[in-house]
Write a protein that binds this ligand. Structure first.
Ligand code: GDP
Length: 473
């Protein structure tokens, strides 16, 4: 298929040290050749050695008009990211200079790339599979260490590898069933349902395991939605500042919500807490007072974690009771703050209050409610808080980042569909249905998994996935 040649600024559109203009496609070298001159003024990129840097200048179309001093590299097909002939020009990283070089390359025959088009070509040319392409984007957008590590391992193909193994085993069975149905004389299917049942069990278990990681995956990728509650002056802001540490918390608007709901991201070691409604907390010191009971309830309901800060130097009162009544059925970490001052509140008193507000006895044993003594002033207890959050949300499996963690909801859905199809196979076996029933559902499971790696996707989905990519990627 003849493909036109595309160009884009591959680096950020801000002033920076170096900028890269990437040109890819059948005429990339020709376009590059028209742009690039050696210091002697000669054109030479058309005969450049692949993967070698050349020093020189980019010239504009008016002769001898030098746009910038650059380094240029030609990467010949198929040894490039896109799998096509590619030219990359490294120029000075000024926005104007990059735009001028891009404009010059468009003038010389390239067209402006769409968002994600380089990666889409890499996918269409078989350089990477779909999960790999999505991992490229996830690496770029990774906000924390866990997310980065899991995206990189996906980039290396660990998810695709497992998916291929699962599919290979499925197609093996499908082929066997089809052959047996075609040629009943040579294949005996008598014991087959029993054997298949064991294999399906094994496949389902492995798929289920992957699905189960998605819960963690979402938290890894998006952070833990955290709501901080507590009476005014309990020390919420002070604790937040300690947690944010050197890295000042970033305040961002969440799209589609009112102006007064803000989200603040605090990095806790490798993971992120997305702290909701801190604007309310900071302004008045009281989430309930500022945003009203209903709103507070709403925030608490959508939270993954409630952090309830108690000033242990003053007695508990009706306000504490009201706060506890708002936060039912969520994991709660109670930070018993101001532990450096006189002690007016014990762990038992807090537990009693939770019980009175309807928390079951085993909330404390089951670690649904955990109390930790902290002092924002002395910066004490925060390491225990960090460890507690990790233990609460990330179980054993994800401690090793080399394992597969599903962070993409599209992948999770495809896995779930495959799992459901396998359930139908199991049912058909149990009910003694004819063999062709098995192969229909197995085929569906096979197709669902194929959507992860991109072996079975329609063009619309490909368009949709890549349109979310950034420009120049
Ligand atoms: P907020 O209203 O819950 O956000 O509370 P602040 O963080 O504004 O703290 C209220 C007051 O308590 C401030 O004067 C803090 O310096 C003080 N404070 C916060 N944490 C501690 C602590 O652990 N020990 C002591 N002694 N004072 C604290």
């Amino acid at each position: 298929m003849k493909k036109d040649t595309i160009a884009a600024i591959a680096t950020g559109i801000t002033d920076s040290g170096i900028g890269i203009i990437r040109i890819s496609g059948e005429n990339a070298i020709e376009v590059g050749d028209r742009l690039f001159r050696l210091p002697s003024g000669r054109k030479m990129l058309f005969k450049a050695e692949s993967h070698r840097m050349y020093y020189g200048y980019v010239v504009g179309e008016e002769r001898n008009f030098v746009i910038d001093e650059v380094m240029a590299v030609v990467m010949k097909a198929p040894r490039s990211f896109t799998g096509e002939d590619t030219v990359e020009i490294q120029c000075h990283g000024g926005v104007l200079v990059m735009k001028k070089i891009l404009a010059a390359s468009l003038f010389c025959g390239a067209r402006l790339a769409e968002p994600g088009e380089f990666t889409k070509r890499a996918f269409l040319n078989g350089r990477i599979d779909l999960a790999g392409a999505e991992a490229v984007m996830d690496v770029i957008h990774s906000q924390n260490e866990y997310a980065l590590a899991s995206s990189v391992s996906q980039l290396k193909g660990i998810l695709s590898e497992e998916v291929r193994k699962l599919r290979a085993e499925m197609i093996h069975e499908i082929a066997f069933i089809e052959s047996a149905l075609d040629d009943p004389e040579h294949f005996i299917l008598e014991k087959y349902p029993g054997e298949l049942s064991v294999k399906i069990e094994n496949l389902s278990d492995r798929i289920k395991k992957l699905i189960d990681t998605a819960e963690n995956g979402k938290l890894i990728k998006e952070g833990i939605r955290t709501v901080i509650v507590g009476k005014p002056n309990a020390g919420k802001s002070s604790l937040l500042n300690c947690l944010a540490g050197e890295e000042r918390a970033i305040v961002t608007d969440i799209a589609g919500t009112t102006r007064d709901i803000l989200q603040e991201t605090v990095k806790l070691g490798e993971i992120c807490l997305n702290i909701v409604d801190t604007a309310g907390i900071r302004d008045t010191g009281d989430i309930v007072e500022k945003i009203g009971v209903e709103k507070a309830k709403e925030s608490a309901e959508s939270a993954d974690l409630i952090v309830y800060v108690v000033d242990t130097s003053t007695e508990l009162d009706e306000n504490d009771r009201e706060i506890i009544s708002l936060i039912k059925n969520k994991p709660v970490i109670v930070l018993m703050n101001k532990s450096d001052l006189k002690n007016a509140v014990t762990e038992e008193m807090i537990q009693d209050l939770f019980r009175e507000e309807g928390y079951p006895e085993d909330s404390f044993q089951e670690k649904e409610v955990i109390t930790i003594r902290t002092s924002a002033r002395e910066e004490e207890g925060l390491d225990i808080f960090e460890k507690t959050v990790k233990d609460m949300f990330f179980r054993e499996e994800i401690k090793s980042t080399s394992e597969i963690v599903i962070t993409n909801m599209r992948h999770k859905e495809a896995l779930q569909e495959a799992f459901d199809s396998l359930l139908l196979v199991k049912k058909s076996i149990e009910n003694g249905m004819p063999e062709d029933f098995y192969s229909i559902d197995l085929m569906n499971a096979y197709a669902s998994l194929g959507r992860i790696t991109g072996e079975e996707v329609d063009d619309d989905l490909v368009e949709e996935i890549f349109s979310k990519f950034c420009m120049g990627k």
